[in-house]
Design a protein around this ligand. Structure first.
Ligand SMILES: C[S@@+](CC[C@H](N)C(=O)[O-])C[C@H]1O[C@@H](n2cnc3c(N)ncnc32)[C@H](O)[C@@H]1O
Length: 411
């Protein structure tokens, strides 16, 4: 280890000759980044791994099928020495030194003139980490530092706002079913960059506590709406904050487009000329049953699943759900917003041919610490909901998948 730390630099290799000696695992790992950098890559090696060979076949590198020979590095700007022959590596490294070609050596980093940093990428930034500790290199530590930084930037636990590209506007973010780990990476990042967050009751509310003090958090349920409808009041709040030049996140439960009124908000924003991005989320319709051990499909049991809203009863004239047709399906029925009406929904399904013994599960507050599963059948679910005091939010699953045991047998 030299007593001075390495000097970090970004090489711009477009069209410049880079020589790689050896076509094994090291080359296989390093070549993609060199290709991405646009380098004119010459691989010198009698053999190569199938992946390296595929790069040559695709014309991404030029492969000279022979061992290293003196003179190979003469015109190179940069070299990667990684053959399995120590003598060849030493000779090539001496040639690189003589021609002042920066060179990385896979077998002896101390005798190399350049080191490859542990790199990762996040949103247009390359994170490159090098050991500078005079006690010696620690590649696993540098990789761990790289991972920590890249992961932190991706999941929003490290906040680095975009000053160049940051534009005012609204992001409709699907926050997932409630567990804060179940938001998407993009959603979490946008949340970390927000000036204003307008949040629903459902979704990952724990994440709100982590936001910096300057972020204005607005509870959508508490927006005063006077003579407006609640949704119009929310739309207006989104528009007003975005017009003040702020980054606004509309944090929703599950996915914005699954009974989430995402498109209504998108239309209102478009009408007001506000830029809007929509970030999908993990919908409770699939994840909440899953969290309670229920797959919505299973080979040989259910080849379809249907997600319906149960917020109005089957005989309500506002209902758009064709309950008689649903009763004829053999697959899984997933009902959201159906706790209050499940008794009448079950009666309707049975009246149109569904077996009263069909298993039903109600999963309340799925993926949160308060998750609770209550089982019933179509014949008993109306009473069970009352007797067990099941409360919204709950996802109701109807079908044979409910009875699947963890070992794949029916329970
Ligand atoms: C207005 S809908 C919104 C659905 C959401 N956009 C989604 O994709 O999950 C609200 C309903 O979703 C269901 N729901 C959402 N999160 C839930 C959770 N963590 N546990 C149980 N049910 C949930 C309940 O049926 C609730 O009444």
């Amino acid at each position: 280890m030299a007593e001075h730390p390495p000097y970090p630099v970004g090489l711009r290799l477009t069209g410049r000759r880079v020589v790689v000696l050896g076509g094994g695992q090291v080359a296989q790992r390093r070549l993609p980044a060199l290709i991405k950098a646009g380098a004119d890559i010459h691989l010198v090696s009698p053999e190569a791994t199938p992946s390296v060979e595929a790069m040559a076949d695709a014309g991404e590198i030029t492969w000279h099928r022979r061992p290293y020979a003196e003179g190979d590095l003469a015109d190179a700007w940069y070299a990667l020495i990684a053959t399995s022959d120590p003598d060849a590596n030493t000779a090539a490294s001496a040639e690189a030194e003589a021609h002042r070609v920066w060179c990385v050596r896979s077998d002896d980093a101390d005798r190399a003139t350049a080191w490859t940093p542990a790199t990762g990428h996040s949103e247009g930034v390359t994170v490159a980490v090098l050991t500078t500790d005079a006690r010696g290199r620690d590649p696993r530590h540098t990789a761990a530092v790289r991972d920590a930084v890249v992961e932190g930037l991706r999941d929003g636990t490290l906040v680095a706002p975009h000053f160049r590209t940051r534009t005012a506007g609204v992001a409709l973010v699907g926050g997932g079913p409630g567990d804060p780990d179940l938001i998407t990476v993009r959603g979490r990042r946008l949340l970390a960059e927000a000036d204003v967050v307008i949040a629903d009751r459902l979704g990952p509310r724990d994440l709100l506590a982590e936001l910096p003090a300057h972020v204005e958090v607005i509870d959508a349920a508490k927006i005063p709406y006077g003579r407006f409808m609640a949704q119009e009041a929310i739309n207006n709040a989104l528009i007003e904050h975005a017009k003040q030049g702020k980054s606004v996140v509309r944090l929703k439960g599950g996915d914005p487009y699954v009974f989430g009124r995402g498109m209504e908000e998108l239309h209102a924003l478009a009408e007001a000329g506000i830029p809007c991005t929509v970030v999908p989320g993990i919908s409770s319709s699939i994840s909440v049953p899953g969290a309670a051990g229920i797959p919505v499909t299973h080979r040989g049991v259910a080849h379809e699943f249907t997600v319906v809203s149960g917020h109005v009863a089957p005989d309500d004239e506002r209902s758009l759900v064709d309950w008689p047709s649903l009763a004829k399906l053999t697959g899984t029925l997933v009902i959201l917003m159906g706790v209050d009406k499940i008794g009448r929904i079950a009666e309707t399904l049975v009246a149109h041919g569904k077996s009263p013994d069909t298993p039903v599960a109600l999963v309340q507050e799925g993926t949160t610490a308060a998750q609770r599963r209550v089982d019933a059948t179509l014949a008993t679910v109306g009473e069970t909901v009352v007797a067990q005091d099941v409360k919204p939010p709950a996802v109701i699953v109807v079908g044979d998948v409910v009875a699947l045991g963890p070992d794949g047998t029916t329970a």
